[in-house]
Design a protein. Structure first.
Ligand code: 6CS
Length: 313
């Protein structure tokens, strides 16, 4: 039996490390009855394409990051609300791997779209890479800022003062090179692997967001699995929670060193608490506008997650 697993990144990136380890464990635990085939970014299309393929059952597992899932599972955009996640990534790991708000609540929104939510994990603090210094919202004036395709990100970056543009990531390097865009945001391992640092001059840590991703499977496929297989998948998830957390920590640390080595004149800026407060203030209405747009129990989900992340206002 073959299970196809498509992800949104390049070979060796965090999602690929996860998929590789998933493959190894599943094949080991099923004595080879299941063989997992991994598809990296682009092999089956963009981020949005692989979600469609999973929902349709052509692919059994895929990464579906909240940053790209907003038009398909609108509720998941809560993870795009600026400053929702903790500054302590251990807290984020714990919530993302086990929160009842996610696994008993949000998972229902996935099911209604033909997807079974398998897991969530953090991939690192998102860092702005820009061609000019940005320390306050006014500095974003006229800056064409690339965001992922979820609508909430457009609103968030507008609130920060930028001019946001939504694109799949495959278009970001050339967009920066030709100045179709001036800036983008991603965890540092990805800034290195996709080489965005080559075409920007500043790495700015604003503490506003952690990159989060989900792994989903096709809902009918999952429902049709034996209890034994479902238990096996739960075991694999638990093992991978620790594995991927450590892997992303290491990947992000090593990447910053390599960027500085490859481009010694790159400027690294860490906004201080007061500077961050200005961006927090500018974006404080984003949660409410998401609640307006998505409706349902979005307010309750947002409140519950703020409590769990320890970021209640
Ligand atoms: O910026 C993006 O769109 C991509 N960034 C990461 C870290 N993973 C995949 C995603 O599509």
């Amino acid at each position: 039996e073959e299970w196809k697993f498509a992800h949104e990144e390049s070979p060796g990136d965090v999602q690929d490390l996860y998929a590789q380890e998933f493959k190894r464990l599943v094949e080991e635990k099923t004595d080879g009855d299941v063989s997992v085939t991994i598809y990296t970014y682009g092999q089956l299309g963009t981020e949005n394409d692989i979600t469609e393929l999973t929902s349709a059952g052509a692919v059994q597992f895929s990464n579906a990051s909240p940053g790209h899932l907003g038009t398909f599972v609108p509720e998941i955009q809560v993870f795009g609300v600026p400053y929702l996640l903790s500054q302590d990534n251990e807290v984020n790991k714990k919530v993302l791997s086990g929160s009842p708000t996610i696994y008993d609540g949000l998972s229902k929104d996935f099911e209604s779209k033909g997807l079974k939510l398998y897991t969530m994990y953090p991939e690192g603090e998102m860092v702005w890479t820009t061609k000019k210094e940005v320390e306050k919202p006014a500095d974003f004036d006229g800056v064409k800022f690339r965001v992922m395709t979820s609508p909430i990100l457009i609103e968030s970056y507008k609130s920060f003062g930028a001019d946001p543009v939504a694109l799949p990531w495959g278009e970001v390097y050339s967009g920066l090179q030709t100045s179709v865009i001036d800036a983008q945001v991603n965890p540092i391992f990805f800034v290195e692997s996709a080489k965005f640092y080559e075409v920007t001059d500043y790495l700015i840590y604003a503490g506003q967001q952690q990159y989060t991703t989900t792994v989903v499977s096709n809902a009918d496929f999952y429902a049709g699995l034996s209890d034994e297989r479902k238990e096996m998948l739960a075991e694999v998830k638990a093992e991978l929670d620790d594995f991927i957390y450590d892997a992303q920590t290491k990947a992000n640390e090593a990447a910053l060193d390599r960027i500085k080595e490859a481009k010694p004149d790159i400027k690294v800026i860490r906004l201080d608490d007061e500077q961050r407060a200005a961006f927090k203030e500018a974006s404080k209405g984003i949660g409410a506008s998401l609640v307006d747009e998505v409706g349902g129990d979005t307010q309750e989900v947002l409140d519950a997650l703020r409590k769990e992340f320890g970021t209640a206002m």
